[in-house]
Design a protein around this ligand. Structure first.
Ligand SMILES: [Fe+2]
Length: 304
C-alpha cells in the first residue's frame, strides 16, 4: 500500500511527448552555425531570411559562419510577413536551381515557416495544401536549422509551417516531424534589433501560446511543464526588455520562453484565441500578435 506522502505530485496519464529539435543557446551562438551545419553534413546551404533581417545584418553573420566552415551559400528573401503559397513556390524554384543539401531559416516566424515550406515542396513536390495537418508519412526532407530573430512564433521548436493561401489568405498549418529543425540556435543578440512594436506583438503571441497550450484539451503533464515555464519566463522578463531593449539576460529569457511555448504547442496545439485571430489576419491584414492580443481577453471571458 502506498503511503500518502509517496504519491507522485502529478497523476500519470497516457501520453506521448514530442521534442524534435536540439537547442544551442547562448549569447553570440549564431557564430556556431557553421559548426552545427557540419554536424548535419552537406556542402550547399539555402538560407531563408526576410529583407528586414538581411538589412539588420543578422543573415551575413550566419553566412560568415557557414562560409568559414566551407559551405556554399545562397539567400532567398523574396517573401513577406505571413508568407504565401505563391512565395513558397517561388522559393522552391529558386532552391531547385541552387540544389541545396541543407536549409537554414534565419529570421522571424515568416522566415522559419517559409524555410519549412520550401523544404516540403523541394523534396516532395506538390502544393502546400497537400501537407496540411500533421504528417506521419516519414517524408525525406532535407535537414534544417532554425535561427530565430524574434521571440514569439515558437516555429523554432515545432514541426509546423504556417503558410497563407495566396488566394484566400487562409493559414495552412502544414506539419511533419521531419519538417522540424534538427537544431535551433537561440542567440539573444539576434533579437535586440527588433522594433519595439515587433517585440511587443511577438511577446503577446508567445504569452498566448503558453496560455492556450496550457488549457488545451490536448495538453499533457509534460506539455504543461513547458507552458508554465514559458509563462513564467515571459511575464517576468518582458517588462525588463521594454525598460531596456539591450538587456541580453532578459532577451535570452524571453527567447527561451518563446521556444518552450513552441514546444508546448508541438504537443498540445493551440486554442480559440488563435482560431479567432487568424481570420483577422487573413481578411484584414491585422498583424498576427495584434490579432491574438485582441481576441485573447474575449476568449478568456467566454471560457470563464
Ligand atoms: Fe501565434
Amino acid at each position: 500500500m502506498t503511503h500518502e506522502s509517496e504519491k507522485p505530485a502529478v497523476q500519470p496519464s497516457s501520453f506521448t511527448f514530442r521534442a524534435n529539435t536540439r537547442l544551442v543557446v547562448g549569447e553570440g551562438s549564431v557564430a556556431e552555425l557553421g559548426d552545427v551545419a557540419q554536424e548535419l553534413g552537406g556542402t550547399r546551404v539555402l538560407i531563408v531570411s526576410d529583407a528586414g533581417v538581411l538589412a539588420a545584418g543578422h543573415t551575413s553573420a550566419g553566412v560568415a559562419s557557414l562560409k568559414a566552415s566551407g559551405f556554399e551559400t545562397t539567400v532567398f528573401s523574396e517573401f513577406t510577413e505571413n508568407p504565401t503559397t505563391r512565395q513558397v513556390e517561388a522559393g522552391t524554384a529558386f532552391a531547385k536551381a541552387f540544389e541545396p543539401d541543407l536549409i537554414v531559416g534565419l529570421g522571424g516566424g515568416s522566415s522559419m515557416d517559409c524555410a519549412k515550406g520550401i523544404n516540403f515542396l523541394l523534396c516532395c513536390g506538390g502544393k502546400m495544401e497537400d501537407y496540411q495537418g500533421r504528417g506521419t508519412t516519414g517524408l525525406p526532407l532535407l535537414p534544417s536549422i532554425g535561427c530565430p530573430t524574434t521571440a514569439g512564433t515558437g516555429s523554432e521548436t515545432q514541426s509546423f509551417a504556417l503558410i497563407s493561401d495566396a488566394q484566400t489568405g487562409e493559414k495552412l498549418a502544414c506539419g511533419d516531424p521531419n519538417a522540424a529543425f534538427r537544431v535551433a540556435i537561440l542567440d539573444p543578440c539576434l533579437t535586440v534589433t527588433q522594433p519595439t512594436r515587433v517585440t511587443a506583438l511577438t511577446g503577446i503571441d508567445a504569452l498566448s501560446h503558453a496560455l492556450e497550450s496550457h488549457v488545451s484539451t490536448k495538453a499533457t503533464p509534460a506539455s504543461r511543464v513547458f507552458s508554465r515555464e514559458a509563462w513564467t519566463l515571459l511575464t517576468k522578463n518582458l517588462p525588463d526588455v521594454f525598460r531596456n531593449p539591450t538587456d541580453i539576460r532578459a532577451r535570452s529569457a524571453v527567447q527561451l520562453g518563446a521556444a518552450w511555448a513552441g514546444l508546448a504547442i508541438e504537443n498540445a496545439m493551440l486554442g480559440a484565441a488563435h482560431g479567432a485571430a487568424n481570420p483577422l489576419t487573413a481578411r484584414f491584414k491585422v498583424a498576427h500578435g495584434q490579432a491574438v492580443g485582441l481576441m485573447l481577453p474575449h476568449i478568456i471571458r467566454f471560457n470563464g
